[in-house]
Design a protein around this ligand. Sequence first.
Ligand SMILES: NC(=O)c1ccc[n+]([C@@H]2O[C@H](COP(=O)([O-])OP(=O)(O)OC[C@H]3O[C@@H](n4cnc5c(N)ncnc54)[C@H](OP(=O)(O)O)[C@@H]3O)[C@@H](O)[C@H]2O)c1
Length: 263
Amino acid sequence: MAKVTGTALVTGGNRGLGLEVCRQLGRLGMRVLLSARDIAAGAEATAALRSEGLEVTFEPLDVTSQESIDKLADRLERQGLRLASLVNNAAIALQGFDASVAERTVAANFLGPLHVTERLLPLMEEHGRIVMVSSGAGELEGLSPAIRQRVDPPPSKEELVALMHEFVDDVRGGGYAAKGWPGSAYRVSKLGLNALTRLLAAELKPRHLLVNAVCPGWVRTRMGGEGASRSVEEGADTLVWAATLPPEGPSGGFFRERRAIPW
Ligand SMILES: NC(=O)c1ccc[n+]([C@@H]2O[C@H](COP(=O)([O-])OP(=O)(O)OC[C@H]3O[C@@H](n4cnc5c(N)ncnc54)[C@H](OP(=O)(O)O)[C@@H]3O)[C@@H](O)[C@H]2O)c1
């Protein structure tokens, strides 16, 4: 594959798919900012990739902390850095289902990518790529009509954020099932992330930014488990493809194995 230039920032880069995306982007020739909330784990992962001869720098980032996001953006701004690619990879899949799980999951998997993207937007190069690492769990298929019509077509960004908070409140109040919500916070968070991807793609079209959601498939990571069907190398492939699209590449799509799939 042809050499790719520019700087890429990857969230949750210390392990799993995020680490492999950092490795593959580095091998393609990009300068990689590996970000992670765990300083020791992030520094260790960065050192490992540097020992492979890749140009990787560690940046502390907890995607659920606006203070952490602001600090990162300030550091990059001071360095005059521009981003060619942003990979919103960090996410959680917690056991159980209650209001606390719903709140933490929406915070990490939906609000995290939203806040990171919005704060880093001024640093994005024209024709830059924003990758939302999503999941088949976020598909519209199988969703109740009541919830489906509230995300497809997506409402405004403010309404979408309010809808995600409403989900958490409905779980807390116990009335979520009656309103048609699925009984999975992970699913709802990725459903919201997909709707957000569609909104951002339209909003950022005038800036020629390519914004896409990508499903890596079922991958052998801590989240996917040992029994998953795909290696991290295979899972990272479409994420890296979306993070290195040429200027004329697609935007506002949902992809798996480099092919468009239905929202
Ligand atoms: N594996 C699969 O089968 C599969 C399938 C579909 C979609 N996905 C998606 O692929 C992406 C990567 O998943 P994975 O399988 O690599 O999961 P993983 O091995 O559990 O890694 C998740 C990464 O996200 C980080 N993270 C979580 N919360 C964070 C926060 N608040 N701030 C910064 N980093 C945070 C974790 O950091 P810590 O080490 O500090 O926890 C870790 O680096 C996720 O978006 C996931 O939803 C995975």
